[in-house]
Design a protein around this ligand. Structure first.
Ligand code: ADP
Ligand code: MG
Length: 307
């Protein structure tokens, strides 16, 4: 197609003086809108993140207040409780005169309830301390053989009261471990205590060995190459899969037992405390069980190169 040559200077003029400024103005207009929208978005994002920050610090603060309140409350409850337990002891020893058989029964009930309450208060205090980050962790080098023998001996009377046998198997060349002995003992006593409490007949087997094949969710995430695992296996009723997570939550029990039977009732705090204590030492507590086939609770502790 042939266009007349004089059209070109004219269209160029038109383009330069009319179309270009109009296009420029439109572009500037849209850019201004985009910038405004961007600014508004940035302002609302900043506002939202300030709000989130405020909410999260409020949450942390109220959580800390809750833990402090629980810690103080448990501490305050301990003093009168110790007095109650002390006076029950005196009553039972006959310091205020021999108890008649009729009086002995309620006094025994008071004693069982007071002991239950004392354990509950101690455990709530432990949990509150862990939650408030005030758990005192004092790692020491622990020789496992004498340590585990000692804990097992301590639990033997509880097992034999129920006619249960306890066996301890220690792997060859058990290393020393750096851990807080009080916490380690508390975890093992909880696990062995549960094994005794929930098993009616058979054996409680405790096995300690070193593993380089981590088998707990927590240990798989960790960089530690070697793990000390202490497994407590019982021949009790076992734990259904649906309950295996929740029993590690506070106050969760499969069968809380009759209210009057304090010993059987438990508190539902032993396992959550055990797992958190293990966590504070970089470890974990795991469970393998099938109903009717007993349960194995395993404590995992990371071993560093020199252990
Ligand atoms: N070895 C076990 N065999 C069967 N059930 C168990 C065993 N250990 C724990 N459980 C179940 O897990 C629940 C929670 O245990 P725990 O936190 O120690 O609380 P508690 O023993 O005070 O009830 C127990 O109430 C019981 O139902
Ligand atoms: Mg328990």
């Amino acid at each position: 197609m042939n266009l007349p040559a004089e059209l070109f200077p004219h269209s160029l003029d038109w383009f330069l003086h009319i179309a270009l400024p109009v296009l420029g103005a439109i572009a500037v207009f849209f850019m201004a809108i985009a910038i405004r929208r961007e600014r508004r978005q940035a302002a609302s994002n900043a506002e939202r993140s300030r709000e989130l920050e405020r909410l999260s610090s409020e949450l942390i603060r109220s959580n800390r207040m809750k833990s402090e309140f629980l810690a103080n409350l448990s501490h305050e409850l301990r003093t009168p409780l110790n007095a109650i337990v002390g006076f029950i002891d005196l009553l039972r020893e006959g310091v205020y005169g021999e108890l008649t058989p009729r009086q002995s029964v309620p006094v025994e009930r008071i004693e069982a309830s007071a002991n239950h309450l004392r354990i509950l208060v101690d455990q709530v205090l432990d949990l509150a301390k862990i939650a408030a980050g005030k758990l005192d962790v004092q790692p020491e080098t622990i020789m496992l053989r004498p340590f585990l023998l000692d804990v097992t001996t301590e639990m033997e009377s509880l097992a034999s009261e129920k006619g249960l046998a306890i066996s301890l198997t220690l792997g060859a060349a058990l290393p020393t471990v750096r851990a807080d002995p009080t916490h380690l003992r508390q975890i093992l006593i909880n696990l062995i205590g549960n094994a005794c409490k929930y098993t009616d007949s058979g054996v409680i087997a405790i096995r300690a060995a070193v593993s380089d094949e981590p088998d707990s969710p927590r240990s798989r995430q960790s960089t530690a190459k070697r793990w000390l695992c202490i497994a407590v296996t019982d021949t009790g009723p076992g734990i259904p899969l649906v309950d295996q997570q929740r029993i590690f939550e506070e106050f969760e029990q499969i069968d809380a037992g009759p209210r009057t039977h304090s010993e059987r009732r438990g508190t539902g705090l032993g396992l959550p405390i055990s797992r958190r204590l293990a966590d504070a030492m970089g470890g974990d507590v795991t469970l393998e069980s099938e109903p009717g086939k007993g349960a194995t609770f395993t404590l995992w502790l990371p071993l560093n190169g020199s252990d």
